[in-house]
Design a protein around this ligand. Structure first.
Ligand code: NAD
Length: 487
Protein backbone atom coordinates (compact mmCIF):
# COMPACT_ATOMS: atom_id res chain seq x y z
CA UNK A 1 0.00 0.00 0.00
CA UNK A 2 2.88 2.38 0.84
CA UNK A 3 4.03 2.74 -2.77
CA UNK A 4 0.60 4.06 -3.86
CA UNK A 5 0.81 6.83 -1.27
CA UNK A 6 4.23 8.27 -2.06
CA UNK A 7 4.17 11.99 -2.94
CA UNK A 8 0.35 12.00 -3.08
CA UNK A 9 -2.21 14.36 -1.59
CA UNK A 10 -5.85 13.34 -1.23
CA UNK A 11 -7.96 16.27 -2.39
CA UNK A 12 -11.59 16.18 -3.52
CA UNK A 13 -11.58 12.41 -3.82
CA UNK A 14 -8.53 12.22 -6.08
CA UNK A 15 -4.92 11.24 -5.49
CA UNK A 16 -2.89 14.17 -6.76
CA UNK A 17 0.86 14.25 -7.10
CA UNK A 18 1.89 17.17 -4.88
CA UNK A 19 3.15 20.16 -6.84
CA UNK A 20 5.57 21.38 -4.13
CA UNK A 21 8.71 20.02 -2.45
CA UNK A 22 9.05 16.48 -1.12
CA UNK A 23 9.75 15.44 2.47
CA UNK A 24 11.64 12.23 3.34
CA UNK A 25 10.04 9.92 5.91
CA UNK A 26 12.43 7.72 7.93
CA UNK A 27 12.05 4.41 9.71
CA UNK A 28 13.18 5.41 13.23
CA UNK A 29 14.46 1.89 13.96
CA UNK A 30 16.97 1.96 11.07
CA UNK A 31 17.03 5.61 9.87
CA UNK A 32 16.33 4.36 6.33
CA UNK A 33 14.07 6.50 4.16
CA UNK A 34 10.82 4.60 3.56
CA UNK A 35 9.42 7.12 1.06
CA UNK A 36 8.71 10.77 0.40
CA UNK A 37 5.53 12.77 0.89
CA UNK A 38 4.48 16.02 -0.75
CA UNK A 39 4.68 19.34 1.09
CA UNK A 40 1.28 20.82 0.18
CA UNK A 41 1.46 24.30 -1.31
CA UNK A 42 -0.85 27.23 -0.37
CA UNK A 43 -2.78 26.56 -3.61
CA UNK A 44 -3.33 22.92 -2.63
CA UNK A 45 -4.47 23.98 0.85
CA UNK A 46 -7.05 26.27 -0.80
CA UNK A 47 -8.16 23.46 -3.11
CA UNK A 48 -8.65 21.03 -0.21
CA UNK A 49 -10.60 23.56 1.85
CA UNK A 50 -12.75 24.47 -1.18
CA UNK A 51 -13.45 20.77 -1.80
CA UNK A 52 -14.45 20.29 1.85
CA UNK A 53 -16.70 23.37 1.68
CA UNK A 54 -18.43 22.11 -1.45
CA UNK A 55 -18.88 18.61 -0.03
CA UNK A 56 -20.27 20.04 3.24
CA UNK A 57 -23.39 21.26 1.40
CA UNK A 58 -24.45 17.69 0.59
CA UNK A 59 -22.80 15.64 3.36
CA UNK A 60 -24.41 17.77 6.10
CA UNK A 61 -27.83 17.21 4.49
CA UNK A 62 -27.52 13.43 4.24
CA UNK A 63 -29.73 11.43 6.54
CA UNK A 64 -27.82 10.52 9.71
CA UNK A 65 -28.46 6.86 8.92
CA UNK A 66 -26.50 7.22 5.66
CA UNK A 67 -23.57 8.82 7.48
CA UNK A 68 -23.78 6.03 10.02
CA UNK A 69 -23.60 3.37 7.30
CA UNK A 70 -20.59 5.08 5.71
CA UNK A 71 -18.75 5.07 9.05
CA UNK A 72 -19.56 1.40 9.66
CA UNK A 73 -18.19 0.62 6.18
CA UNK A 74 -15.06 2.62 6.99
CA UNK A 75 -14.58 0.65 10.22
CA UNK A 76 -14.99 -2.66 8.36
CA UNK A 77 -12.48 -1.66 5.67
CA UNK A 78 -9.92 -0.50 8.21
CA UNK A 79 -10.22 -3.74 10.21
CA UNK A 80 -9.84 -5.77 7.01
CA UNK A 81 -6.62 -3.91 6.12
CA UNK A 82 -5.26 -3.80 9.68
CA UNK A 83 -2.10 -5.79 8.90
CA UNK A 84 -1.05 -3.60 5.97
CA UNK A 85 -1.88 -0.38 7.82
CA UNK A 86 -0.04 -1.52 10.95
CA UNK A 87 3.08 -2.23 8.89
CA UNK A 88 3.02 1.31 7.53
CA UNK A 89 2.65 2.69 11.05
CA UNK A 90 5.52 0.65 12.45
CA UNK A 91 7.77 1.61 9.54
CA UNK A 92 7.26 5.31 10.13
CA UNK A 93 6.65 5.50 13.90
CA UNK A 94 8.68 2.67 15.43
CA UNK A 95 6.14 0.98 17.72
CA UNK A 96 6.05 -2.84 17.57
CA UNK A 97 3.84 -4.32 14.87
CA UNK A 98 1.39 -5.99 17.27
CA UNK A 99 0.84 -2.71 19.09
CA UNK A 100 0.41 -0.85 15.78
CA UNK A 101 -2.23 -3.39 14.73
CA UNK A 102 -3.98 -2.88 18.06
CA UNK A 103 -4.10 0.85 17.34
CA UNK A 104 -5.56 0.29 13.86
CA UNK A 105 -8.24 -1.97 15.31
CA UNK A 106 -9.08 0.70 17.87
CA UNK A 107 -9.44 3.17 15.01
CA UNK A 108 -11.95 0.75 13.46
CA UNK A 109 -13.83 0.66 16.79
CA UNK A 110 -13.96 4.47 16.82
CA UNK A 111 -15.61 4.34 13.38
CA UNK A 112 -18.29 1.98 14.68
CA UNK A 113 -18.78 3.96 17.89
CA UNK A 114 -19.42 7.23 16.03
CA UNK A 115 -21.47 5.41 13.40
CA UNK A 116 -23.85 4.60 16.26
CA UNK A 117 -23.72 8.15 17.65
CA UNK A 118 -24.56 9.63 14.23
CA UNK A 119 -28.16 8.45 14.59
CA UNK A 120 -28.49 9.83 18.13
CA UNK A 121 -28.02 13.53 17.49
CA UNK A 122 -31.11 14.50 19.44
CA UNK A 123 -32.56 17.95 20.09
CA UNK A 124 -34.72 19.31 22.91
CA UNK A 125 -37.99 21.15 23.37
CA UNK A 126 -37.58 23.82 26.03
CA UNK A 127 -40.59 25.14 28.05
CA UNK A 128 -41.62 28.78 27.47
CA UNK A 129 -43.52 31.28 29.65
CA UNK A 130 -46.62 30.93 27.45
CA UNK A 131 -48.10 27.80 25.94
CA UNK A 132 -48.38 29.16 22.39
CA UNK A 133 -44.62 28.98 21.87
CA UNK A 134 -42.27 26.05 21.27
CA UNK A 135 -38.55 26.47 21.69
CA UNK A 136 -36.76 23.79 19.69
CA UNK A 137 -33.07 23.32 20.30
CA UNK A 138 -31.52 21.47 17.38
CA UNK A 139 -27.93 20.56 16.58
CA UNK A 140 -26.28 21.34 13.29
CA UNK A 141 -22.79 20.50 12.01
CA UNK A 142 -20.21 23.26 12.35
CA UNK A 143 -18.84 23.05 8.80
CA UNK A 144 -15.29 22.49 7.54
CA UNK A 145 -12.86 21.09 10.13
CA UNK A 146 -9.07 21.39 9.99
CA UNK A 147 -7.61 18.43 11.93
CA UNK A 148 -3.94 18.70 12.94
CA UNK A 149 -2.37 15.68 14.62
CA UNK A 150 0.90 14.46 16.19
CA UNK A 151 3.01 11.36 15.50
CA UNK A 152 2.67 9.30 18.67
CA UNK A 153 -0.71 7.68 17.85
CA UNK A 154 -0.86 8.33 14.11
CA UNK A 155 -4.17 6.50 13.52
CA UNK A 156 -6.28 6.97 16.64
CA UNK A 157 -5.67 10.69 17.02
CA UNK A 158 -6.90 11.22 13.46
CA UNK A 159 -9.74 8.75 13.95
CA UNK A 160 -11.34 10.45 16.96
CA UNK A 161 -11.59 13.69 14.96
CA UNK A 162 -12.49 12.15 11.61
CA UNK A 163 -15.24 9.87 12.94
CA UNK A 164 -16.87 12.42 15.26
CA UNK A 165 -16.74 15.12 12.56
CA UNK A 166 -18.24 12.89 9.86
CA UNK A 167 -20.94 11.56 12.20
CA UNK A 168 -21.94 15.15 13.01
CA UNK A 169 -22.15 16.04 9.30
CA UNK A 170 -18.91 18.05 9.04
CA UNK A 171 -16.26 17.64 6.35
CA UNK A 172 -12.55 17.55 7.14
CA UNK A 173 -9.06 18.46 5.96
CA UNK A 174 -6.44 16.43 7.85
CA UNK A 175 -2.83 17.58 8.34
CA UNK A 176 -0.89 14.73 9.95
CA UNK A 177 2.51 15.01 11.63
CA UNK A 178 5.59 15.18 9.40
CA UNK A 179 6.99 11.96 10.97
CA UNK A 180 3.89 9.81 10.34
CA UNK A 181 2.07 11.00 7.19
CA UNK A 182 1.65 7.62 5.48
CA UNK A 183 -0.76 6.29 8.13
CA UNK A 184 -3.01 9.31 7.43
CA UNK A 185 -2.87 8.69 3.69
CA UNK A 186 -3.69 5.02 4.29
CA UNK A 187 -6.77 6.11 6.27
CA UNK A 188 -7.77 8.31 3.31
CA UNK A 189 -7.53 5.22 1.07
CA UNK A 190 -9.97 3.46 3.38
CA UNK A 191 -12.45 6.38 3.26
CA UNK A 192 -12.34 6.15 -0.54
CA UNK A 193 -12.91 2.39 -0.40
CA UNK A 194 -15.82 2.89 1.99
CA UNK A 195 -17.52 5.10 -0.61
CA UNK A 196 -17.35 8.31 1.41
CA UNK A 197 -18.06 11.05 -1.18
CA UNK A 198 -15.31 13.16 -2.74
CA UNK A 199 -14.30 16.20 -0.70
CA UNK A 200 -15.72 14.94 2.61
CA UNK A 201 -12.23 13.79 3.67
CA UNK A 202 -9.02 15.42 2.41
CA UNK A 203 -5.44 14.80 3.53
CA UNK A 204 -2.65 17.33 3.13
CA UNK A 205 0.88 16.42 4.15
CA UNK A 206 3.59 18.97 4.90
CA UNK A 207 5.04 21.01 7.72
CA UNK A 208 3.09 22.36 10.67
CA UNK A 209 4.45 25.86 10.27
CA UNK A 210 3.23 26.03 6.66
CA UNK A 211 0.35 23.63 5.98
CA UNK A 212 -0.96 23.45 9.57
CA UNK A 213 -0.70 27.20 10.02
CA UNK A 214 -2.42 27.79 6.67
CA UNK A 215 -5.42 25.76 7.88
CA UNK A 216 -5.49 27.68 11.16
CA UNK A 217 -5.49 31.01 9.31
CA UNK A 218 -7.85 29.92 6.54
CA UNK A 219 -11.07 31.98 6.65
CA UNK A 220 -13.11 29.08 5.27
CA UNK A 221 -12.11 26.59 8.00
CA UNK A 222 -14.78 26.73 10.72
CA UNK A 223 -13.05 24.66 13.37
CA UNK A 224 -9.56 23.49 14.24
CA UNK A 225 -9.29 20.18 16.05
CA UNK A 226 -5.70 19.96 17.25
CA UNK A 227 -3.72 17.39 19.20
CA UNK A 228 -0.10 18.19 19.95
CA UNK A 229 2.16 20.17 22.23
CA UNK A 230 0.94 22.98 24.50
CA UNK A 231 3.42 25.30 22.77
CA UNK A 232 1.85 24.79 19.33
CA UNK A 233 -1.66 24.74 20.83
CA UNK A 234 -1.08 28.22 22.27
CA UNK A 235 0.38 29.39 18.96
CA UNK A 236 -2.77 28.15 17.20
CA UNK A 237 -5.05 29.90 19.71
CA UNK A 238 -3.11 33.14 19.25
CA UNK A 239 -2.92 33.03 15.49
CA UNK A 240 -6.52 32.44 14.40
CA UNK A 241 -7.32 35.38 12.14
CA UNK A 242 -11.08 34.76 12.17
CA UNK A 243 -13.33 33.42 14.94
CA UNK A 244 -13.17 29.62 14.92
CA UNK A 245 -14.22 26.80 17.18
CA UNK A 246 -11.11 25.23 18.69
CA UNK A 247 -10.47 21.99 20.46
CA UNK A 248 -6.97 21.62 21.78
CA UNK A 249 -5.73 18.30 23.19
CA UNK A 250 -2.31 19.23 24.50
CA UNK A 251 0.61 18.05 26.60
CA UNK A 252 0.64 16.43 30.02
CA UNK A 253 2.95 15.73 32.94
CA UNK A 254 0.94 13.00 34.56
CA UNK A 255 1.39 11.85 38.18
CA UNK A 256 0.75 8.49 39.80
CA UNK A 257 0.10 8.34 43.55
CA UNK A 258 0.69 4.99 45.28
CA UNK A 259 -0.61 4.92 48.85
CA UNK A 260 0.38 2.55 51.64
CA UNK A 261 -2.89 0.61 51.15
CA UNK A 262 -2.18 -0.12 47.46
CA UNK A 263 -1.72 -3.55 45.92
CA UNK A 264 1.96 -3.00 45.12
CA UNK A 265 2.18 -5.64 42.41
CA UNK A 266 -0.77 -4.09 40.59
CA UNK A 267 0.73 -0.62 41.05
CA UNK A 268 4.07 -1.73 39.59
CA UNK A 269 2.35 -3.40 36.64
CA UNK A 270 0.28 -0.29 35.97
CA UNK A 271 3.26 2.03 36.36
CA UNK A 272 5.36 0.03 33.90
CA UNK A 273 2.60 -0.06 31.32
CA UNK A 274 1.73 3.62 31.49
CA UNK A 275 5.29 4.95 31.88
CA UNK A 276 6.85 2.96 29.04
CA UNK A 277 4.19 1.90 26.56
CA UNK A 278 4.91 3.49 23.17
CA UNK A 279 8.30 4.42 24.69
CA UNK A 280 6.59 6.89 27.00
CA UNK A 281 5.53 8.91 23.95
CA UNK A 282 1.96 9.33 25.09
CA UNK A 283 0.34 12.44 26.46
CA UNK A 284 -1.13 10.46 29.38
CA UNK A 285 2.19 8.73 30.21
CA UNK A 286 3.04 8.49 33.89
CA UNK A 287 5.94 10.92 34.09
CA UNK A 288 6.31 11.04 37.90
CA UNK A 289 5.37 8.75 40.77
CA UNK A 290 4.70 9.66 44.42
CA UNK A 291 4.83 6.69 46.79
CA UNK A 292 3.93 6.51 50.48
CA UNK A 293 7.23 6.40 52.36
CA UNK A 294 6.65 3.07 54.19
CA UNK A 295 6.29 1.20 50.87
CA UNK A 296 8.57 3.38 48.71
CA UNK A 297 11.71 1.24 48.82
CA UNK A 298 9.87 -1.98 47.94
CA UNK A 299 7.94 -0.25 45.16
CA UNK A 300 11.05 1.29 43.59
CA UNK A 301 12.92 -2.00 43.69
CA UNK A 302 10.07 -3.91 41.99
CA UNK A 303 9.52 -1.15 39.45
CA UNK A 304 13.20 -1.24 38.47
CA UNK A 305 13.12 -5.01 38.05
CA UNK A 306 9.97 -4.84 35.92
CA UNK A 307 11.46 -2.07 33.72
CA UNK A 308 14.61 -4.16 33.21
CA UNK A 309 12.50 -7.09 32.02
CA UNK A 310 10.91 -5.11 29.16
CA UNK A 311 11.98 -6.24 25.70
CA UNK A 312 13.10 -3.47 23.35
CA UNK A 313 13.09 -4.38 19.66
CA UNK A 314 12.83 -3.30 16.06
CA UNK A 315 9.03 -3.26 15.68
CA UNK A 316 9.02 -5.01 12.31
CA UNK A 317 11.45 -7.83 13.19
CA UNK A 318 10.11 -8.24 16.74
CA UNK A 319 6.35 -7.67 16.44
CA UNK A 320 5.68 -8.70 20.05
CA UNK A 321 8.44 -6.56 21.65
CA UNK A 322 7.25 -4.53 24.64
CA UNK A 323 8.64 -1.33 23.14
CA UNK A 324 10.20 -0.29 19.84
CA UNK A 325 12.29 2.62 18.65
CA UNK A 326 11.46 6.19 19.64
CA UNK A 327 9.91 8.14 16.78
CA UNK A 328 12.86 10.49 16.21
CA UNK A 329 16.01 11.97 17.73
CA UNK A 330 14.06 14.83 19.31
CA UNK A 331 12.15 12.93 22.03
CA UNK A 332 15.23 10.77 22.65
CA UNK A 333 17.41 13.84 23.23
CA UNK A 334 14.80 15.33 25.57
CA UNK A 335 14.66 12.06 27.54
CA UNK A 336 18.45 12.06 27.93
CA UNK A 337 18.40 15.72 28.95
CA UNK A 338 15.77 15.05 31.66
CA UNK A 339 17.75 12.03 32.85
CA UNK A 340 21.04 13.96 33.06
CA UNK A 341 19.28 16.77 34.92
CA UNK A 342 17.73 14.33 37.44
CA UNK A 343 21.04 12.55 38.09
CA UNK A 344 22.91 15.87 38.45
CA UNK A 345 20.38 16.96 41.09
CA UNK A 346 20.71 13.86 43.26
CA UNK A 347 18.43 11.33 41.57
CA UNK A 348 19.40 7.65 41.79
CA UNK A 349 19.41 5.53 38.63
CA UNK A 350 17.39 2.35 39.30
CA UNK A 351 16.94 0.93 35.79
CA UNK A 352 17.88 1.72 32.19
CA UNK A 353 19.71 4.97 31.55
CA UNK A 354 21.31 3.78 28.31
CA UNK A 355 20.60 2.54 24.81
CA UNK A 356 20.24 -1.23 24.39
CA UNK A 357 23.42 -2.91 23.16
CA UNK A 358 23.92 -4.71 19.85
CA UNK A 359 24.11 -4.15 16.13
CA UNK A 360 20.30 -4.22 15.79
CA UNK A 361 20.08 -1.01 17.82
CA UNK A 362 23.09 0.83 16.44
CA UNK A 363 21.33 3.10 13.94
CA UNK A 364 17.85 3.65 15.36
CA UNK A 365 16.50 5.86 18.16
CA UNK A 366 16.50 3.26 20.93
CA UNK A 367 16.69 3.67 24.71
CA UNK A 368 16.10 1.37 27.66
CA UNK A 369 13.07 2.08 29.92
CA UNK A 370 14.54 4.16 32.74
CA UNK A 371 13.61 4.66 36.40
CA UNK A 372 15.13 7.31 38.68
CA UNK A 373 14.35 7.47 42.41
CA UNK A 374 14.99 10.12 45.10
CA UNK A 375 13.52 12.78 42.83
CA UNK A 376 12.46 16.30 43.80
CA UNK A 377 10.51 19.08 42.14
CA UNK A 378 13.79 20.81 41.29
CA UNK A 379 14.12 18.23 38.48
CA UNK A 380 12.73 18.50 34.95
CA UNK A 381 11.44 14.91 35.05
CA UNK A 382 9.03 15.91 37.83
CA UNK A 383 7.92 19.24 36.37
CA UNK A 384 8.06 19.02 32.56
CA UNK A 385 6.61 16.59 30.04
CA UNK A 386 9.43 14.15 29.13
CA UNK A 387 7.56 12.27 26.39
CA UNK A 388 10.05 9.43 26.57
CA UNK A 389 10.83 6.21 28.50
CA UNK A 390 11.81 7.87 31.78
CA UNK A 391 9.92 8.03 35.07
CA UNK A 392 10.90 9.79 38.31
CA UNK A 393 9.91 8.51 41.77
CA UNK A 394 9.61 10.44 45.03
CA UNK A 395 8.38 9.44 48.51
CA UNK A 396 5.59 11.32 50.36
CA UNK A 397 4.57 11.42 54.03
CA UNK A 398 0.84 12.24 53.92
CA UNK A 399 -1.99 12.47 51.39
CA UNK A 400 -2.14 16.28 51.42
CA UNK A 401 1.52 16.41 50.43
CA UNK A 402 0.87 13.87 47.66
CA UNK A 403 -2.04 15.95 46.30
CA UNK A 404 -0.03 19.15 46.45
CA UNK A 405 2.89 17.59 44.57
CA UNK A 406 0.62 15.94 42.00
CA UNK A 407 -1.20 19.23 41.30
CA UNK A 408 2.03 21.27 41.23
CA UNK A 409 2.06 21.58 37.43
CA UNK A 410 0.58 23.79 34.73
CA UNK A 411 -0.87 20.64 33.11
CA UNK A 412 -4.14 18.85 33.89
CA UNK A 413 -4.57 15.92 31.52
CA UNK A 414 -4.53 12.63 33.43
CA UNK A 415 -3.58 11.37 36.87
CA UNK A 416 -3.43 7.91 38.43
CA UNK A 417 -3.97 6.45 41.89
CA UNK A 418 -3.27 3.02 43.30
CA UNK A 419 -4.97 2.52 46.71
CA UNK A 420 -7.24 -0.07 48.31
CA UNK A 421 -8.64 2.17 51.07
CA UNK A 422 -11.96 3.67 49.84
CA UNK A 423 -11.53 6.84 51.92
CA UNK A 424 -8.14 7.45 50.33
CA UNK A 425 -9.57 6.88 46.86
CA UNK A 426 -12.37 9.39 47.40
CA UNK A 427 -10.05 11.94 49.01
CA UNK A 428 -7.52 11.78 46.18
CA UNK A 429 -9.86 11.51 43.19
CA UNK A 430 -11.86 14.56 44.29
CA UNK A 431 -8.74 16.69 44.81
CA UNK A 432 -6.69 15.84 41.73
CA UNK A 433 -7.05 18.74 39.29
CA UNK A 434 -7.13 16.66 36.11
CA UNK A 435 -9.62 15.90 33.36
CA UNK A 436 -9.04 12.16 33.85
CA UNK A 437 -8.33 10.24 37.07
CA UNK A 438 -7.73 6.49 36.77
CA UNK A 439 -7.85 4.52 40.04
CA UNK A 440 -6.33 1.04 40.27
CA UNK A 441 -5.97 0.97 36.47
CA UNK A 442 -4.00 3.02 33.95
CA UNK A 443 -6.41 3.32 31.05
CA UNK A 444 -7.49 6.90 31.60
CA UNK A 445 -9.29 7.20 28.26
CA UNK A 446 -12.02 4.88 26.96
CA UNK A 447 -14.07 5.33 23.79
CA UNK A 448 -17.43 6.06 25.41
CA UNK A 449 -16.44 8.57 28.12
CA UNK A 450 -15.24 12.16 27.57
CA UNK A 451 -11.49 12.59 27.43
CA UNK A 452 -9.87 16.02 27.72
CA UNK A 453 -7.39 18.15 29.61
CA UNK A 454 -7.53 21.15 31.93
CA UNK A 455 -5.20 24.11 32.40
CA UNK A 456 -2.37 24.04 29.82
CA UNK A 457 -3.47 20.54 28.70
CA UNK A 458 -6.18 22.02 26.55
CA UNK A 459 -9.84 22.75 25.94
CA UNK A 460 -12.60 20.51 24.62
CA UNK A 461 -13.19 16.77 24.65
CA UNK A 462 -12.70 13.75 22.47
CA UNK A 463 -14.34 10.32 22.87
CA UNK A 464 -17.90 9.70 23.87
CA UNK A 465 -20.94 11.76 23.07
CA UNK A 466 -19.10 14.86 24.24
CA UNK A 467 -16.50 14.25 21.52
CA UNK A 468 -19.20 14.57 18.87
CA UNK A 469 -20.76 17.68 20.43
CA UNK A 470 -17.47 19.45 19.64
CA UNK A 471 -18.50 19.29 15.95
CA UNK A 472 -22.05 20.56 16.41
CA UNK A 473 -23.62 24.00 16.83
CA UNK A 474 -26.85 24.48 18.76
CA UNK A 475 -29.66 26.28 17.02
CA UNK A 476 -32.64 27.64 18.97
CA UNK A 477 -35.80 27.78 16.86
CA UNK A 478 -38.53 29.66 18.76
CA UNK A 479 -41.93 29.28 17.13
CA UNK A 480 -45.15 31.06 18.18
CA UNK A 481 -48.38 29.39 17.07
CA UNK A 482 -51.89 30.83 16.76
CA UNK A 483 -55.03 28.89 17.56
CA UNK A 484 -56.38 27.43 14.30
CA UNK A 485 -59.18 29.51 12.86
CA UNK A 486 -62.61 28.07 13.71
CA UNK A 487 -64.16 25.98 10.91
P1 NAD B 1 3.59 19.30 17.90
O1 NAD B 1 2.76 20.29 18.65
O2 NAD B 1 4.99 19.66 17.61
O3 NAD B 1 2.92 18.96 16.49
C1 NAD B 1 1.58 18.51 16.39
C2 NAD B 1 1.06 18.85 15.01
O4 NAD B 1 1.00 20.26 14.88
C3 NAD B 1 1.93 18.34 13.86
O5 NAD B 1 1.10 17.90 12.80
C4 NAD B 1 2.68 19.59 13.45
O6 NAD B 1 3.08 19.57 12.09
C5 NAD B 1 1.61 20.66 13.66
N1 NAD B 1 2.11 22.03 13.82
C6 NAD B 1 3.33 22.44 14.24
N2 NAD B 1 3.40 23.79 14.21
C7 NAD B 1 2.19 24.23 13.79
C8 NAD B 1 1.62 25.52 13.56
N3 NAD B 1 2.33 26.64 13.77
N4 NAD B 1 0.35 25.61 13.14
C9 NAD B 1 -0.38 24.50 12.93
N5 NAD B 1 0.09 23.25 13.11
C10 NAD B 1 1.36 23.12 13.54
O7 NAD B 1 3.47 17.94 18.73
P2 NAD B 1 4.21 16.56 18.47
O8 NAD B 1 5.64 16.71 18.87
O9 NAD B 1 3.88 16.07 17.12
O10 NAD B 1 3.45 15.63 19.54
C11 NAD B 1 3.79 15.54 20.87
C12 NAD B 1 2.89 16.39 21.75
O11 NAD B 1 1.51 16.04 21.53
C13 NAD B 1 3.13 16.15 23.22
O12 NAD B 1 3.18 17.38 23.90
C14 NAD B 1 1.90 15.34 23.66
O13 NAD B 1 1.57 15.45 25.02
C15 NAD B 1 0.85 15.91 22.78
N6 NAD B 1 -0.28 14.98 22.69
C16 NAD B 1 -1.44 15.27 23.35
C17 NAD B 1 -2.52 14.37 23.33
C18 NAD B 1 -3.80 14.65 24.05
O14 NAD B 1 -4.78 13.93 23.82
N7 NAD B 1 -3.88 15.65 24.92
C19 NAD B 1 -2.38 13.18 22.62
C20 NAD B 1 -1.18 12.91 21.97
C21 NAD B 1 -0.13 13.83 22.01
Amino acid sequence: MLQDLVERLFIDGSWRRGEGAHIAVENPATREVIGHVAAATPREVDQAVAAARKAFKTWSRRAPLERSRALHALGDNIAAEADAMARIMTLEQGKPLNEAKGEILKLAEACHFYAEEAVRIHGEIVPNTTTDIDSLVVREPIGVVGAITPWNYPAELIGWKLCAALAAGCTIVIKPAELTPFTALAIAKMTEKAGIPAGVVNVLTGSGAEVGQALVEHPDVDKIAFTGSSRVGLQIQRSCTTIKRLSLELGGNCPLIVTASADLDAAVKGAVRRSFRNMGQICIAINRIYVARPVAETFVCRLGEAADRLVVGNGIDTPDADVGAMASAEPLNKTMDHLADALARGGKLIAGGRAPEGEAFSRGHFFRPTVVSDCTHAMKVMTEETFGPLVGVMAFDNLDEAVELANDTPYGLASYVYAKDADEIRYLSSRLDYGNVAVNNVDAGIMNAPYGGRKQSGVGYEHGREGMLEYLNFKHIRIRYDEPKAG
